[in-house]
Ligand binder design. Sequence first.
Ligand SMILES: *Cc1c(COP(=O)(O)O)cnc(C)c1O
Length: 411
Amino acid sequence: MTPSETGALELDAADLGHRELFDVPPAQGGDYPEVAYFAGNSLGLRPKATRSELLEDLDSWAALGVEGHLDAARPWLPYHELLTGPAARLVGALPSETVVMNTLTVNLHLLMVSFYRPTRSRHRIVIEDSAFPSDSYAVRSQVAFHGYDAEDAVIRLRPRPGEHSLRTADVVEQLGGDVALVLLGGVNYLTGELMDIPTITKAGHAAGSIVGWDLAHAAGNVPLALHDWDVDFAAWCSYKYLNSGPGAIAGAFVHERHLGADLPRFEGWWSTDAKTRFEMTPESRPPATADAWQVSNPPIFSMSPVRTSLEIFDKVGIEVLRERSVRLTAYLEKLLTGTAEIITPADPARRGAQLSVRVRGAGELSRRLRFEYGVIADSREPDVLRFAPVPLYSTYHDCWRAGTALAEVMP
Ligand SMILES: *Cc1c(COP(=O)(O)O)cnc(C)c1O
């Protein structure tokens, strides 16, 4: 039996999220005033506090000019440090291993400067065949930068014929002695598959490789333990599950083992120790923390929304969110099953908050869902629709709307 609308509303009354903390856009079609928002894996909704807290930071500039660096209510010089603790807790890292800076692909490049150090006998990089294109372009350009041939050096992992996800054992089998770097998505952007990060990291190390993770779709979605899992490095963006706004400042992780080690890095004045930064010496004295990977002084008005958002995660806790996420996603799965083919793993331990379905004409269906039903789900070429019920603000009623709307628009 398909769940009823009343049933969905009852579940919402019993299993509340934190929707009241967010601005939910008005619907442009359908029977309800607000959208049923399933695109939080692409751009999370705006926390209500973001506007007022950003204005506070902006007004420090008006009131203090350059003195805001030290005298603002949230001083700009050490502003990024306000984000370090909450970001570290979110990804299971030590504060010294974590820094919020730049944007995701830039961070991947800066980290590969240190961690992709190819030799003739070991220069290959392993990625997913369905890696987000930015990651593919990044690793191919790194390979080329070091004078190797990307066609030969980049190994792209494909699921078995007829399957949509990668099996952990198949991934492990590919990690041979010629692999310099394994760089996979923690949660795949297209299929929503959650990788077995600790097992793959361990296998990569056993093969003598460096193992880095792109956590764009994992940060704020699933609990992570980067330090304990012995991950070498990781990077993530803050505008998807982290609700920090378009192009928001990203995060980076470098394992304690590598801090203070003699690794190549691209440096600027924010790479040097803050205590001696203004001595204006020609040589940097980088701290033995992830801060050493910073280059420029950070954009305060872009960091402000990240601070506001991380505070929400700190208060609610990722473990609590994950539990609600598992329930919500299972409920949506029940509603979509039978309507369209779900290509996301059925095992809750192998997925986060996203369900991807394979449908013909996904782009057109996504438009109809938006304008006829007020349901926001995005399409990815050529035939995938993605639905992310986000545990902070999505409701069972949103899921019910998505399930009934998709059933009606399916060809
Ligand atoms: C969203 C996403 C990106 C986006 O890169 P930016 O540098 O933030 O523009 C890159 N990689 C993956 C895996 C993503 O999901």
